[in-house]
Design a protein around this ligand. Structure first.
Ligand code: ADP
Length: 593
């Protein structure tokens, strides 16, 4: 695996671990936060519930005292069975209907009901005795009574308010207002929160969770239980404790609890808050279910996790982009630097090439000159001979002319002087050719007659041609002329002729053919000989500098390479071949201008 990939994996694993740790921390923090929120909300709901309950109770608290002031009640108590009974019954019914109380009734001092709002119903209280009820006893003592109990006839939970009816400082009866509590349960029933009201023994008598009713929130000892049974508050219902387990205490009056359950493997957990209602001796409890909290916790953690993931992705994206940008920038800079460097190198190369070209041109010019001088050296012996012969002839003609003058043979003198004249012309020709040969080319072009150029070159080898009886066959039209550098063309021709003559040293019938042909664009000048021709390995290298088959000191191997370069300079070319009869043949292609 490449190193960069391994590093990426390490980064990815690191990020994943950070993500998991952050999520578990968030999960816990969110849980705590949610519990605190729930505790606050529950506290508010509990306060609301308590004030609602208190308000309901308060509404009826003073009602018995108010009723007790009605004259009918005392009259009935003092004269039971009198005609005021009906009036009293109706009055009590009117009070119950108007106030919303369940029942309103009047008891004599023995606890027997004399009049009641339900006098006309099946479960009428009239004639029934409730002297065992604590509220009756409280009122009999001259106090206001309050009591919760199950109705003996209705078996419904009721709350009783009682007040004594006095006559001359003594209690002659008790008036009772009973209210039903079941409405409170339905009004406050809620999925997540369970309200529970317990009496001073911790027994649940009101609960939005029906199955909890008549259970105790704390264990009850035997004596207490006996007392409860005596009061017949719960009409002999068996009171069992709820299996409530406190898990931890979060705040004052706020605990986390769970109920042991046989059906659920994992019992529901609740937040438990409680508040006392001192007047009634009740405690109101609120159990807030923690199960939905887990859903909220999971949801919020998922949202947080999602947000973290997006944030992480954005960070990773940003970093990768930055890295890529930096890499791109780096490579662009590198590229720019390389381009600059290469440009500089190319400029240097161009400069060097120019210099090399210039030095090549200079060297070639030097070589051409050197070759000319070398050729001159070779020719010097022949030229010496060339000039010696006319000089000897000149001396002879001059001596003869002198003798003829002495004899006064003027015609012969004239003839000899004529000869001398011609000989000096010839010598001047040779010398002028030599001068031309050693001069460097000026590079200037002029209209040159091809036949004259050929004749001039041949003139330099006149002595060899004659002495070795070389047959010359020249077929060049005298009209043919081209625009060229005459000195350079001469140098090429001289070189070709020199090579041809040299190649034919041992040939029986030496012969040189020079022919010119032309079309609209090109003039081809062919110089061929009857020598041995060019061997295969020679023909391949014949234009290479310093290639020679001649003995040491006889040739430098530069003639044809220089001729090749000259032809390029002149805008033409040179080719080497063998003719059918065996000799070598060189073609010069020149632009027909
Ligand atoms: P050099 O004459 O100094 O050797 P050149 O470049 O003029 O240099 O000629 C190179 C070689 O080409 C000669 O040495 C010779 O072998 C061959 N060569 C040139 N012209 C002829 C020719 N007409 N016939 C045969 N060989 C030739």
């Amino acid at each position: 695996m490449p190193q960069s990939v391994t590093i990426k994996w390490i980064y990815a694993t690191g990020l994943l671990i950070i993500l998991i740790l952050s999520l578990s921390w968030s999960y816990r923090a969110i849980g705590q936060q949610a519990i605190t929120e729930l505790a606050d909300q529950s506290q508010n709901r509990l306060t609301l519930f308590v004030s609602n309950l208190t308000a309901t109770l308060d509404k009826y608290e003073h009602l018995p005292k108010l009723i007790s002031t009605n004259y009918r009640l005392s009259k009935l108590l003092q004269q039971p069975g009198s005609e005021v009974l009906n009036e009293t019954n109706r009055y009590l019914k009117a009070v119950a209907t108007t106030s919303g109380a369940s029942d309103v009734y009047l008891m004599n001092q023995k606890g027997t009901t004399l009049a009641s709002s339900n006098w006309d119903l099946d479960h009428s209280f009239i004639g029934m005795n409730f002297n065992f009820r604590p509220y009756f006893q409280q009122a009999l003592k001259g106090n206001t009574g309050r009591y919760f109990a199950l109705g003996t006839t209705s078996h419904q939970r009721g709350y009783y308010f009682s007040y004594p009816i006095l006559s001359q400082q003594s209690v002659i009866g008790v008036v009772v207002v009973k209210i039903r509590l079941a409405e409170i349960e339905t009004a406050w029933a809620d999925q997540g929160n369970h309200f529970v009201v317990t009496d001073d023994d911790g027994i649940v008598f009101l609960s939005t969770q029906a199955e909890w009713t008549y259970h105790s929130l704390r264990p009850i000892d035997k004596t207490r239980m006996a007392r409860i049974e005596d009061s017949r508050r719960y009409l002999g219902k068996s009171i069992r404790p709820l299996q409530m387990e406190q898990l931890d205490k979060l705040e004052q009056d706020v605990t986390r609890i769970s109920f042991a359950s046989n059906t659920q493997s994992r019992p529901d957990q609740f937040l438990h808050l409680s508040q006392k209602i001192a007047d009634a001796g009740w405690t109101v409890h609120l159990f807030a279910n923690l199960a939905p909290l887990r859903d909220i916790q999971i949801l919020r953690t998922s949202v947080a996790g999602f947000a973290m993931l997006i944030l992480l992705l954005l960070i990773v994206l940003y970093l990768t982009n930055r890295q890529r940008r930096m890499a791109l920038q780096g490579s662009t800079e590198l590229l720019e630097k390389r381009v600059q460097q290469r440009t500089l190198e190319l400029q240097n190369e161009v400069e060097e090439r120019k210099k090399a070209e210039q030095s090549l041109i200079d060297t070639q010019a030097e070589l051409i000159q050197a070759a000319k001088l070398a050729g001159l050296g070779q020719m010097s012996a022949g030229i010496g001979h060339e000039l010696n012969q006319p000089l000897t002839a000149l001396r002879n003609y001059a001596e003869n002319a002198q003798r003829f003058l002495e004899r006064n043979q003027l015609d012969e003198v004239k003839g000899n002087l004529q000869e001398i004249n011609e000989i000096t012309d010839g010598m001047a020709g040779i010398i002028s050719q030599l001068r031309g040969f050693t001069r460097k080319s000026s590079g200037e072009r002029s209209q040159v007659s091809v036949s004259q150029a050929v004749a001039q070159a041949l003139g330099m080898f006149q002595r060899d041609i004659e002495s070795r009886s070389i047959e010359l066959n020249t077929q060049v039209s005298p009209e043919l002329s081209i625009q060229t550098d005459p000195l350079l063309l001469n140098q090429v021709l001289v070189n070709l002729l020199s090579n041809a003559i040299h190649a034919m040293v041992e040939v029986g019938e030496p012969r040189i053919d020079i022919e010119a042909s032309s079309d609209a664009e090109v003039v081809v000048l062919r110089v061929s000989d009857s020598g041995p021709g060019l061997a295969d390995d020679v023909i391949e290298n014949v234009f290479d500098p310093f290639f020679t088959t001649k003995e040491l000191g006889m040739g430098l191997g530069l003639g044809l390479s220089i001729s090749y370069r000259i032809m390029e300079i002149l805008g033409g070319r040179i080719e080497a071949a063998n003719i059918d009869s065996g000799g070598a043949s060189f073609r010069l292609y020149l632009a027909n201008e």
